[in-house]
Ligand binder design. Sequence first.
Ligand SMILES: [Fe+2]
Length: 259
Amino acid sequence: MILNVLAVGDVVGDAGVEYLDRHLRALKKLKDIHFAVVNGENASGVGILPRQARAIFDAGADVITLGNHTWNRIQIADFLEDNRDILRPANYTSRVPGRGWGVYDGPNGLRIGVINLIGRCEMDSNFDNPFTVASRILRDMDADVVLVDFHAEATSEKGAMAYYLDGRAQALWGTHTHVPTADAQVLEKGLGFITDLGMTGPVRSVLGIKPEQAINRFLGGLPQRFEPAPGPCKLESVVFSIDTDRRRCVGVERVDLGE
Ligand SMILES: [Fe+2]
């Protein structure tokens, strides 16, 4: 069959969560989506609260992935332990709550594997090598289709990971930079790839936060707690169409909504 997977860019703030709630169901229907993965690590600005994770599931996400802000709202720790449908990056160096990958039930008995990884370029925490961790997970994982959210800053690291996993995974998308890229493609061995999905949240913002706060930071002002910007929202996402018999991605389509 052709499995349509929707990957939704980082949801920013409660306004982003509400926008997702208003549009995700219709978008899934419109694009005949079988499985949706939403990056939720900025649902609380930085981090995600259990109520926001529940709202993202209620909006229609099958799996939530996270990133470098996972522990900014430590209230999520127990939720990560209790709920296997939310993933934090798999390559934390130390023992942390939750899990970094899972295998989920898809249509027609398909087993859909999802891996959440984090990059090491320009990231401020200690992480294991995401490349070797990905290889280790793929050796253990028993899945028909493998999807990867690589939460990373550097375009080079994301591109290298795509070529590294080509033939072993069917879709890999970048998150974290919140800016959609125009390089949707299918690599030689069938991996669908895009460097960054973009974000779901305030349009008039710098990566989702109030522009004046970003300006203040670059002018050298005192640190402030970043707040999501007010105003209309957008949703940026990508549909990966995967031929499950051939284990190849056959289409990568950007789908962006805005008001
Ligand atoms: Fe991030």
